[in-house]
Every structure is written in structure tokens, then in C-alpha cells.
Write a protein that binds this ligand. Structure first.
Ligand SMILES: [Zn+2]
Length: 48
């Protein structure tokens, strides 16, 4: 799901929600198209 490149860099190469290959996409744009809850995250400020 993440790929190491270089000495200390990693990047997302596959979307954890829909599994799409992100290597040739803008990861931030794609990830922003999902909701936080789809990543198993709580809304900001909510602790569960
Ligand atoms: Zn996705």
C-alpha cells in the first residue's frame, strides 16, 4: 500500500479505500474524494 523510495520517503501507491493504483494520480486529490469515515477515521475532534 505504501512504497519506500529514497532514504526516508514513502508514498501511498494504492488507495486504502477503493484499492485504485495511485502511482500515476494525484494522491491528495484522490484521497480528498473520500470521506474520513471511509478510512476508518472519526470526524475531526471526535474521539471514539
Ligand atoms: Zn480511493
Amino acid at each position: 500500500m505504501i512504497e519506500r523510495f529514497g532514504h526516508d520517503k514513502i508514498r501511498l501507491v494504492e488507495c486504502p479505500v477503493c484499492g485504485i493504483d495511485l502511482r500515476n494520480k494525484r494522491v491528495s486529490h484522490h484521497v480528498a474524494s473520500h470521506r474520513p469515515s471511509e478510512f476508518g477515521l472519526s470526524p475531526q475532534g471526535v474521539i471514539q
